[in-house]
Design a binder for this molecule. Structure first.
Ligand code: HAM
Length: 425
């Protein structure tokens, strides 16, 4: 127990973390390119925020939240997704009073108590973007193109963008009646959750994974055929902007998304490199959410990419080689005086931005060389009694296998030259 991470969680080990940093850096670059700035919100929020925003008929709220009572007897929930906290922050800090749109992104852990499987964890990470205060269809196309740009920059192939519109409250009212009419007497055959949804939010029935419900909804009227004029026009414009940007997409009228806050555009990006959990990105508009959470009427839109799934695709496709830059120099030492000298030297090198290290575990000189070789240092040199007396040093370029003789005091200049001016000086 003590030596096992909790079910559904995973460590990211030093051997893997560079790939994560690489992807995160790409994310930050592209977010900047599109004018998004980072927002960081707490890992936990008041439970009511998620009930109100994600929706009490969703699987997330009904079954998957990590909820607990804090010492002040408040109900707290670890964030199951990133949007709700950002909306809360937007309202709390009156960001609506600043020039709109507000464009933000985040990289955050999320928590859902789901049955773990490949691509599905209880703690996972999302990269998400949210935009507030922009109702134009150009924005819907922009965020989809941002997601596609990120995948392209990582040379990811085999993705499909699935697009739908689920309308606004105006078109959804009459549409819900159509669903009820279509289901007729079959409501008694719906699963327990769907009976609940039938009353509160019939659209959710389209998202049910139960075979019985799936059979009942085959042939159900589609929301896309029941949009009001404004929503239809908006959807046509989204498609036109996507076409203009040359982004491939398919219309999938069955996408309703697993969260209640969406209006108009919804989309999912699916990968053929993932197994059952093939959705790597999901998002859409939420033009009523800010108001629902107590803020002024403000349109919103965003998406989130599951980073574990993105990493799985990278691993499966192996289209890019993500290789961590090795450390610059290892100073092997023989004897206590040499250790003091090496310690002094590595401080000087580090000050100039050259990564350097020495033995800290009392290894033999042979073992120090073996260690340095395994760690992949670019240069290795040895300091012993002889070097201390003469001031001469032999330094080996590990990749090229060639050795140079230099003076100890010129080690810094030698490395700056060899490393192509990597010094921060
Ligand atoms: P979501 O579809 O629930 O949307 O999650 C977004 C992505 O997070 C999924 O497509 C998937 O890649 C990843 N994901 C979800 N659950 C898990 C899990 N248990 N394990 C691993 N990855 C997972 C949202 O969360 C919305 N907040 C997206 C959004 C932002 N919509 C508007 N703005």
């Amino acid at each position: 127990m003590l030596t096992r991470a909790p079910k559904g969680t995973k460590d990211i080990l030093p051997s893997e973390s560079y790939s994560w940093q690489y992807v995160e850096e790409k994310i930050r670059q592209i977010a900047r390119l599109y004018g998004y700035r980072e927002i960081r919100t707490p890992i936990f929020e008041h439970t009511d925020l998620f009930v109100r925003s994600v929706g009490d008929t969703t699987d997330i709220v009904q079954k998957e939240m990590f909820t607990f009572e804090d010492k002040g007897k408040r109900s707290i929930t670890l964030k199951p997704e990133g949007t709700a906290g950002v909306v809360r922050a937007y309202i709390e800090h009156s960001l609506y009073a600043e020039p709109q749109p507000i464009k933000v992104y985040y990289i955050t852990p999320c928590f859902r108590h789901e049955r773990p499987q490949a691509g599905r964890q209880r703690q996972f990470n999302q990269f998400g973007v949210e935009v507030f205060g922009g109702k134009e269809a150009s924005l819907d196309a922009e965020i989809i193109s941002l997601a596609v740009k990120l995948f392209d920059s990582l040379a990811i192939k085999g993705l499909k963008v699935n697009l739908n519109s689920i309308g606004c409250p105006d078109c959804r009212g009459p549409y819900h009646e159509k669903i009820k009419e279509y289901l007729g007497d079959n409501i008694n055959s719906l699963c327990k959750s769907c009976s609940d949804r039938y009353e509160k939010n019939p659209l959710r029935i389209l998202d049910c994974k139960e075979e019985g419900c799936k059979a009942l909804i085959a042939g159900i009227p589609l929301i896309l055929d029941n949009l009001c004029d404004e929503c239809k026009d908006h959807f046509d414009q989204v498609k036109a902007f996507l076409d203009a940007k040359g982004i491939d997409y398919q219309i999938n009228p069955l996408i309703v998304r697993g969260l209640d806050y969406y209006t108009k555009t919804v989309f999912e990006i699916i990968s053929d490199s993932l197994g059952a959990q093939s959705t790597v990105c999901g998002g859409g508009r939420y033009d009523g959410l800010v108001e629902e959470c107590g803020g002024p009427k403000t349109p919103g839109i965003g998406f989130a990419i599951g980073l574990e799934r993105l990493m799985m695709i990278l691993e499966a496709q192996k289209a890019i080689d993500i290789v961590e830059e090795p450390m610059d120099i290892y100073i092997a030492t023989i004897g206590d005086m040499a250790r003091l000298k090496a310690s002094d030297l590595i401080s000087v090198l580090r000050k100039k931005g050259i990564s350097a290290d020495m033995d800290h575990v009392g290894r033999s000189i042979k073992a120090q060389f073996k260690y340095a070789g395994k760690q992949g240092y670019k240069f290795v040199c040895t300091i012993g009694e002889n070097e201390l007396t003469t001031g001469d040093l032999r330094i080996k370029n590990m990749k090229e296998g060639k050795e140079d003789s230099i003076r100890i005091e010129s080690l810094l200049d030698y490395l700056i030259k060899q490393l192509g001016g990597s010094s921060n000086d």
